[in-house]
Design a protein around this ligand. Structure first.
Ligand SMILES: [Zn+2]
Length: 343
């Protein structure tokens, strides 16, 4: 997903996305006389409102996958108005699908990245939004550190595709976030997004993506730290790339496999679990090739059901790790069971 925040603020187009909304907390009144407030709410008591942010919540979650350690790392969230963005449907159908899942039109949508620690390599799948979605996004590095990793330890960045909320975290204030990493991305995405001649091929809201690609991936390109691949297959022992072109020209799924256990990181094959598990054929404005994007989603869902492996999804509520199951003619998401015990 790409959220060209600046562009939209300056545009007369529909206001598709907005900043994170303040979440209000109700004040509990007991016996009509005693008002009980959580300690952190006292300063806000007059307004009976407490503002909060994603940073009040845990920002990482680790699991074992055979000999590997997989850590979901939150970059934060972004508000998305799905009734404005979805295609091959109607706003009414989208509103109905969202309401069924207790959502209004605007859904606070997770931005997840995933560390794959093989013991020999520390790779990260996607990088969050860096500077471009602040303040609700851009929290990857602080959460990575909380998980026990320093950015300097990351030796490989695996980009599912070059869109702001996946690749802009490569740099902060023009500096490399991962100074010791090689950036892996499909050649088709590098060729497309690092060439501003292609601006004419995308809608107005996506045009800012070319500047963002230059700032992020371009910085590593100039330093000779980008490895663009044109064929799917193994990148490191246990880590492989799978072509899933459609959402962008080089969209890629990554698989980690150890001791017969598998997880696939599906990037932007899915933007809304509330809408696209029920109706995988519904696409989003950010897809460059909608029919292909829809086919890739359906293929990936079917394969995940057949294969029974784990999925790590960039935009499913954090940590976005679980399984996909069939549900009649549609699909359902089964979040991985929460585990606190060491394994
Ligand atoms: Zn995207």
């Amino acid at each position: 997903m790409l959220k060209p925040f600046q562009a939209m603020q300056n545009s007369n187009k529909r206001n598709r996305l907005s900043r994170i909304a303040l979440i209000s907390a109700a004040v509990l009144s007991v016996s009509g006389s005693l008002t009980v407030l959580p300690a952190y709410a006292e300063d806000s008591a007059k307004n009976e409102v407490v503002s909060t942010s994603s940073q009040m919540n845990p920002g990482y979650y680790s699991i074992r996958l055979g000999d590997f350690k997989i850590t979901a790392v939150s970059d934060g969230t972004v508000m998305v108005d799905f009734t404005e963005l979805m295609n091959n449907t109607s706003p009414e159908e989208v509103a109905r699908l969202l309401a069924r899942r207790y959502h209004g039109a605007q859904v606070e949508t997770s931005i997840n990245a995933y560390v794959i620690d093989t013991g020999n390599h520390v790779a990260i799948v996607d990088t969050g939004a860096g500077d471009v979605f602040a303040p609700s996004g851009g929290h990857l590095v602080e959460n990575l550190k909380s998980a026990g990793y320093q950015p300097e330890q990351i030796d490989a960045v695996l980009l599912t595709h070059i869109h702001g909320d996946h690749s802009c975290g490569l740099t902060r204030n023009g500096k490399m976030t991962f100074p010791n990493a090689v950036v892996y991305a499909d050649q088709h995405d590098v060729d497309f997004w690092l060439n501003s001649d292609n601006k004419d091929k995308v809608s107005d809201t996506l045009k800012v993506g070319f500047e963002w690609a230059e700032q992020s991936v371009g910085t590593y390109l100039k330093a000779g730290r980008v490895k663009a691949f044109s064929e799917e297959g193994e990148l490191f022992p246990g880590i492989s790339a799978i072509n899933t072109y459609g959402h962008t020209p080089g969209h890629t799924v990554y698989q980690a496999e150890s001791q017969g256990q598998r997880i696939r990181f599906i990037g932007d094959l899915l933007h809304s679990q509330d809408i696209q598990f029920a109706r995988p054929e519904i696409t989003i404005d950010f897809d460059l090739n909608s029919p292909k994007a829809a086919r890739q989603r359906l293929n990936a869902f079917n394969d995940a059901v057949e294969g029974g492996y784990l999925i790590g999804a960039a935009h499913i509520p954090f940590p976005g790790i679980g399984h996909i199951q069939r549900d009649g003619g549609a699909f359902e998401w089964i979040p991985m069971n929460y585990r606190a015990k060491a394994n």
